[in-house]
Design a binder for this molecule. Sequence first.
Ligand code: MN
Length: 587
Amino acid sequence: MPSSLTQYPKESLVGRAYTFAEEAHRGATRASGDPYFTHAVAVAETVANWGLDEASIAAALLHDIAEDTAHTLDDLEREFGAEVRFLVEGLTKLTALPHKMEGGEAENLRRFIVSFAEDLRVLLIKLADRLHNMRTLAALPPERQRRFASETLEIYAPLAYRLGMQKLSGDLEDLAFPYALPEEYAWLERTVREPYEERLAYAQALIPKVRELLAAHGIGDAAVDARAKRHYSLYKKLLRHDMDVSKIYDLVAVRIVTGAIAECYTALGAVHQAWPPLPGRFKDYIARPKPNGYRSLHTTVFCINHKITEFQIRTKEMHEEAELGIAAHWAYQQVRGSGNVSGWRGVRDRRELRWVEQLRNWQQSFGSRDEFVRSLKTDFFKDRIFVLTPESDVVDLPAGATPVDFAYRIHSDIGDQCVGARVNGRIAPLDGELHSGDVVEIITQRGKKPSEDWLRFVKTAQAKQRIRGALRAADRRFIGRADAGAVEFRITNEDRPGYLKEVTAAFGNLKVNITRLSSDTDPRRTFARVTAECPPIPQHTLEKLLVKLKAIPGTREVRFTHRGGAVTTPHRGASRGGRGIPRRSKT
Ligand code: MN
């Protein structure tokens, strides 16, 4: 038995599973020519190293039994009990996931989600399985290599990342990269090889200097390590930076692992004192962890010879969490309570696992499978951005998400009633793209309904679903009708905090929906201008609204334009003109 499994005696659950699997796979070989059993053992070892319980290790040893041998799931249940059967069954279902998914066979993916949302151990064993498959990918025919590799990049590496298993995620990506994107990989090798080795030598030379520096500040026992950036993450970063290597700041990263949090900040101070930091590159993920739970201090400095170098500073505990994620604080209860097979109590409430819950709820709410898979891919497997509420809560969204997506993520009512957004203190368009680190504040108007127009730019399925639902429920005579025309108000005002809120309140009091709101806050001008648009409204409402707007302290001038409806409805257009609303009026 391999080292990590030797602690389990022959008659234990793991020991019995080992003997059973060895027997069952006897004679079978892998594509590499190795005995098939070596794969089961490798997966079990990984699972054991992550600190999972005996049932998980046993299930890892048995994970391919029902698929590849004459034994059935019922046999396994008789031999090893219901829990092991449950885990193996979840994994057996997953085997079919890969290639069929693209062909609209979403059912497998759906089952996969259901299994792992029910018991995360299924997902962890699956990830260990995938890791070994990727390490032994060379033996497979090219077509299968490519398929396995792209799936790893698209689904498994992001999943590992979302579970906080950064190292596993990076390992999977680097193993998959050459197979999934061979040309891109070759290009990257050519472009960065020489500088890569130079950088590595530089990084190595840096280690003793950093140790000295820390010792001088009383942190003698910190572990210092340096590395050059991983291949696939470098490639992803280059895609975002016009393939320009000179724009990448963390090609060399030094990692300092200390004993206590206070030492992290001392070390940071020491680094900043020795080498000037680059502005805007310091990130305190200790005070504000990433949504996947990652904690660390990051800073970039002009280091020795003015070389740009990234420093990551964290405690031993944080380091282990970053390496192992969820498995590091695995709190599985050996004693199952209330017959509930999914025993991940203690980790269930952790912030980083909320998305698993969310995922399960969503998959229940989707009618069509295709829609579910599409939303799964865009909402969970694409690159994420992390933005903040004014109260500093972190909200994670898919890249490209807009303030409307943000609003719906906070609360469906806030989404429905959203009329404008302030991003980093400035009014921003509702269809503008948000970026990581943005502080987003939503301006709402009570009673407001969502616009059909939003469907053009929202990125999350959550927002889309909700907008569609609200539109269906809403009065179709006005909402979103292109031929209904609109009234546009342009309000010149003295710029002051709270002004916009009073404008939206004026509309709200008269139950007039704002369909568009923007604010021009050119700092060189003494006055600001607010533009607000609403559907056509009766003359008496218009007059009341004008009075209210003019009464707001700071208002200098209110102009409005009545934009006519579409030419296809001449009658409505004519009758509107006939009501005597001036096309443009200065008040
Ligand atoms: Mn396997």
